[in-house]
Design a protein around this ligand. Structure first.
Ligand code: NAP
Length: 276
């Protein structure tokens, strides 16, 4: 079956909370593109069959989220270097030759968000990263790519941080979670990649006495938009960048590949997504 109207969607379970359909459909409308983007609640056992079926139904690609981001790599025909390095994909392209192409744009989204919203030079000093889960992998890979000289990394479960050091190399220095506050001295980029501070989760309680005013501080958590970490950093005079921009920027490469136009992330985009 051929469908001239390009379809895309976000595959996950659960998926109802995802902001991606609102974002992509906003851009489709704004740019007058005939296309649709839908949430697809797909359980783990159904992923492979769904990935085979979607191109036949007119889908040109998809975003992938929890719990499929790692598994999808094994099902793809082509995996970009950055997706392989991160060990997960969030953006799929169903190519016209039938091949499944998997990419990871989370790191791109993370870096673009900082570049767009702060006067930020990653090379001037160490980064302090809290958390060693899936999102941390993309953050670490992208920080190394843009030239941070050192990444200090603390995670509640130390072994996960050690595993990232093992993988990403000598620029990573692992710090005990109970001493995470000490990572802040001299750090010029500070990133919370844990879910701490998110609505309904435990607060982010790392002591911030060591935080210096020339640090750029960002939080991947975007509900609430201004987390306690960002508020405290602001009080210290730091530049702060909220996590919503990362979500918006990571969507740009996929939209461009599927619909043929590079969408703009601007206040109107942001305000629309916030209003939903
Ligand atoms: P994940 O793989 O489940 O990792 C969760 C991280 O949070 C781990 O480092 C975990 O530590 C830590 N954590 C959880 N509860 C904790 C607690 N009580 N005390 C200390 N540490 C705790 O999740 P993820 O995919 O990396 O996502 C992490 C956060 O980033 C989520 O809030 C997610 O919504 C957000 N995110 C935002 C964007 C964006 O576009 N802005 C993109 C991706 C993710 P342990 O290893 O010890 O469990």
């Amino acid at each position: 079956m051929t469908n001239k109207i390009p379809l895309a969607g976000v595959i996950g379970a659960p998926i109802a909370h995802s902001k991606s359909p609102d974002l992509h459909n906003y851009w489709l409308k704004r740019y007058g593109i005939k296309g649709h983007y839908v949430p697809l609640h797909i359980e783990q056992g159904d992923l492979e069959g769904v990935l085979r079926a979607l191109p036949k139904m007119g889908f040109v690609g998809a975003n992938v989220t929890i719990p499929h981001k790692e598994r999808v790599l094994a099902l793809a025909d082509i995996v970009t270097d950055r997706a392989a390095l991160i060990g997960a994909a969030n953006t799929l392209i169903f190519r016209s030759d039938g091949k499944l192409h998997a990419d990871n744009t989370d790191g791109f989204g993370f870096i673009e968000n900082l570049r767009a919203n702060a006067d930020w030079n990653p090379e001037v000093g160490p980064a302090a990263v809290f958390g060693a889960g899936g999102a941390a992998r993309a953050v670490i890979a992208s920080l190394l790519e843009v030239g941070v000289p050192e990444i200090r990394l603390a995670n509640r479960t130390r072994t996960r941080a050690d595993a990232l050091k093992e993988e990403f190399g000598t620029k990573i220095n692992v710090v005990e979670w109970v001493q995470a506050g000490y990572m802040l001295e001299g750090a010029r980029t500070v990133v919370n990649t844990t879910s701490l501070g998110m609505v309904g989760k435990t607060e982010f309680k790392v002591p911030l006495d060591g935080l210096e005013k020339d640090a750029v501080v960002t939080d991947l958590v975007y509900t609430p938009l201004r987390t306690a970490l960002l508020k405290a950093a602001e009080k210290k005079g730091c530049q702060t960048v909220d996590g919503l921009g990362m979500l918006l920027y990571q969507a740009v490469p996929g939209f461009e590949r599927w619909y043929g136009l590079r969408p703009e992330v601007d206040d109107a985009t942001r305000n629309f997504v916030l209003s939903r």
